[in-house]
Design a protein around this ligand. Structure first.
Ligand code: UCC
Ligand code: FAD
Length: 592
């Protein structure tokens, strides 16, 4: 028998139970892996400095940043195209929190950390990426303009313009500045209505030469994120005296432009058309618009017709940022779900006491750790490249890992975050818990900065170069594996070696096959996934074999390497016969 609860429901009462909400902990302290990996990868003194900054910043994320980030979605940007008298004004409003977060990025050195010449390049990129990782899920997508700002600075540096070209040098100094009154951010306008993947086929923007490197741009850019930027990098076709321009990728050149005129607050020949964030599934915090370029003053940076390789410098940075956003979203949803599992009672006990629930979380944790190690590996390789000490293999691996990391993390994060939302049951579906935003914003990470398929094709592009990429990959993986015979890791090492061998044989067989029998692109995604799984497996083993590791690290390496198919692709999948059958499956009963 029990006391009746009837009185609880008298008058206006709705019962006396309130669910305790999940608590956001300092994301640095709460991360099970970050501290130990940084300790392993950084010299002791640098580790202490970096860890102290991350710890302090983690407190700031909880106390200050997270609320501001959430506010950016509540108080979305607005574009007022005409004033009350009908005059075209294109006035963009962003909430105070968005501006404050951008200022905070400058003060915290979110970009500058990656360029600080007083610090060793590997340390500075690891520090920057780790900090971004803590920031990202709370940042209200200010990390999007930060990615493009980093990409623009890198492009200016990589094209050798810093110190040589006055405009580009000023932009560089401001893009990396820690002074909010001086700091600039950059946009990246590549997409037009015809296409965002096929930039060479889709770009219909024209550049008319004025003098020296100065041009006027005419075109229409679609999906332009963070249009409150100060500068942008974009692509256009330079027209000749007859008004003609070269078609395709080879007709594209790269331009740097100011959003506002140099001598006034007016837009630089830009008309902001529809603001898109209201139509979007997610990323509603970001001011995004279609832009009419109507005689924009722009300066060509880079050689004529070398626009794609030029802007690729930016893409390769923004793709690393994108992967950080994907994996940080995974980490955030796990962190909240783990905390919630101790606060939510189901069927008479805490959720965490149900092994089926814990197993669900453990699977998510394994995936997230594999991706996290790949991010730090990319940051390390980026630092090595920027130190000028990179071997040819280091350069190949950075070029290879970047698209692999972006496509793999982007793809994995959507189902994982979705699973994380489910861990909260119906509460996870309630908008103002802040949880649905994580899923909405996760969905963009496999799309922008190159879709999964397009990046898989980029992976094939890397293999099609003159270097022996397969050999470099083999050497890299073998070097990561421990040489001492650690009994506990033996099986894992064998699994990675076996996977590497079967992957290498498959690629060799494809290479030797006549192209009228097979198509390589059809299996590009499987190739890219195999690289990600082998690489992450090797990195998890390397981590577990280190003296700073613990029993969880062993278990995670084991599950990654032994409990999934690392190379999930067969030669048969590349054949024309199979392609015909794919068409049969997809188009059965289809009538246009
Ligand atoms: O989506 C966007 C979002 C902005 C918001 C920022 C968010 C950041 C994350 C924030 C987190 C919160 S901006 C738009 C992104 N757009 C794309 O990613 C485009 C996707 N399409 C591709 O990636 C394509 O592969 C293209 C357009 C890059 C290239 O296609 P093509 O026309 O077929 O190119 P080609 O002819 O194969 O390559 C032209 C040249 C070659 O060099 P050369 O001429 O020397 O042989 C390629 O090797 O460009 C070189 N190249 C590259 N080099 C192509 N891609 C790369 C690369 N990734 N790295 C180095
Ligand atoms: P499509 O190319 O039409 O792709 C559609 C499908 O076809 C995808 O599944 C793709 O993988 C597949 N596909 C395409 N080609 C192939 C192929 N050869 N083989 C197999 N499959 C293929 N762009 C900018 O330049 N600047 C920005 O600031 C910007 N911000 C954005 C913000 C948001 C919120 C979004 C959603 C997009 C933004 N974009 C921006 C555009 C974005 O980069 C493109 O949408 C993206 O690159 C995909 O291009 P697409 O839309 O033309 O898709």
């Amino acid at each position: 028998r029990m006391a009746s609860g009837v009185a609880n429901y008298a008058h206006a009462k709705t019962g006396n139970f309130t669910q305790t909400e999940p608590v956001l902990h300092n994301p640095f302290q709460d991360d099970p892996l970050m501290d130990r990996v940084l300790r392993r990868l950084l010299p002791q003194k640098e580790y202490e400095r970096v860890a102290a900054d991350l710890n302090r910043f983690g407190d700031r994320v909880v106390a200050e940043i997270d609320k501001k980030g959430q506010q950016c979605e509540i108080d979305k940007p607005r574009l007022e195209q005409h004033n009350a008298w009908g005059k075209r004004v294109d006035s963009l409003w962003v909430c105070p929190e968005w501006r404050e977060l951008k200022q905070m990025c400058a003060e915290e050195g979110i970009i500058e950390l990656g360029y600080d010449e007083k610090v060793d390049p590997v340390t500075r990129r690891l520090h920057q990426v780790a900090k971004l990782f803590l920031f990202s899920p709370s940042a209200g997508l200010v990390t999007c303009p930060m990615a493009m700002t980093d990409g623009a600075a890198k492009t200016i540096e990589a094209l050798g313009l810093r110190g040589k070209n006055q405009r580009a040098t000023e932009a560089y100094n401001r893009l990396i500045s820690r002074d909010p009154s001086k700091a600039w951010t950059s946009g990246q306008w590549m997409t037009e209505k015809r296409g965002g993947s096929d930039v060479g086929g889709g770009c219909d923007t024209y550049a008319v030469h004025v003098k020296d490197d100065e041009y006027r741009l005419h075109g229409y850019k679609w999906f332009s994120s963070a249009i409150d930027a100060d500068v942008a990098l974009t692509l256009a076709r330079v027209v000749d005296d007859k008004g003609d321009a070269e078609k395709g990728s080879k007709g594209l050149s790269l331009f740097l432009l100011r959003i506002k005129k140099e001598d006034s607050n007016e837009l630089n020949g830009i008309q902001m058309e529809t603001s898109l964030q209201h139509r979007f599934f997610g990323t509603r915090q970001l001011p995004t618009a279609e832009l009419l370029l109507d005689g924009v003053v722009a300066h060509r940076i880079g050689d004529l017709g070398r626009g794609i390789p030029g802007i690729a410098n930016m893409l390769n940075i923004t793709r690393i940022h994108n992967a950080v956003a994907s994996v940080a979203a995974m980490r955030r949803v796990i962190s909240l779900a783990r905390d919630y599992s101790t606060r939510r009672n189901v069927f008479g006990q805490a959720q965490e006491k149900w092994p089926l629930h814990t197993a669900t979380l453990a699977k998510m944790e394994v995936e997230t750790r594999g991706c996290f190690l790949m991010i730090l590996e990319a940051a390390k390789l980026l630092g090595i490249q920027e130190s000028g000490q990179a071997t040819l293999n280091d350069q190949i691996m950075l070029r290879l890992i970047t698209p692999v990391l972006k496509l793999y993390a982007g793809k994995q994060c959507v189902p994982l975050v979705s699973e994380g939302i489910e861990c909260f049951g119906g509460q996870g579906y309630i908008e103002d818990t802040g949880l649905p935003t994580i899923l909405r914003d996760a969905q963009v990470t496999p799309i922008w900065e190159g879709t999964t398929n397009v990046l898989s094709l980029d992976v094939l592009r890397v293999f099609s170069g003159k270097e022996n990429v397969l050999q470099a990959f083999n050497q890299y993986i073998n070097a990561a594996l421990p040489t001492n015979d650690d009994e506990k890791l033996k099986e894992c090492v064998l699994a990675i070696k076996k996977a590497l061998k079967s992957f290498s044989s498959l690629l060799a067989k494809i290479h030797e096959s006549a192209l009228d029998n097979i198509r390589i692109d059809v299996g590009a995604r499987h190739i890219a996934f195999a690289i990600a799984k082998i690489l992450s497996g090797a990195l998890l083993i390397q981590h577990a074999a280190h003296p700073t590791s613990n029993s969880v690290d062993y278990e995670i390496a084991k599950r990654w390497c032994l409990e999934q198919k690392l190379v999930d692709v067969e030669f048969d999948w590349f054949t024309h016969n199979r392609i015909e059958k794919d068409r049969g499956i997809v188009f059965e009963n289809y009538a246009n």
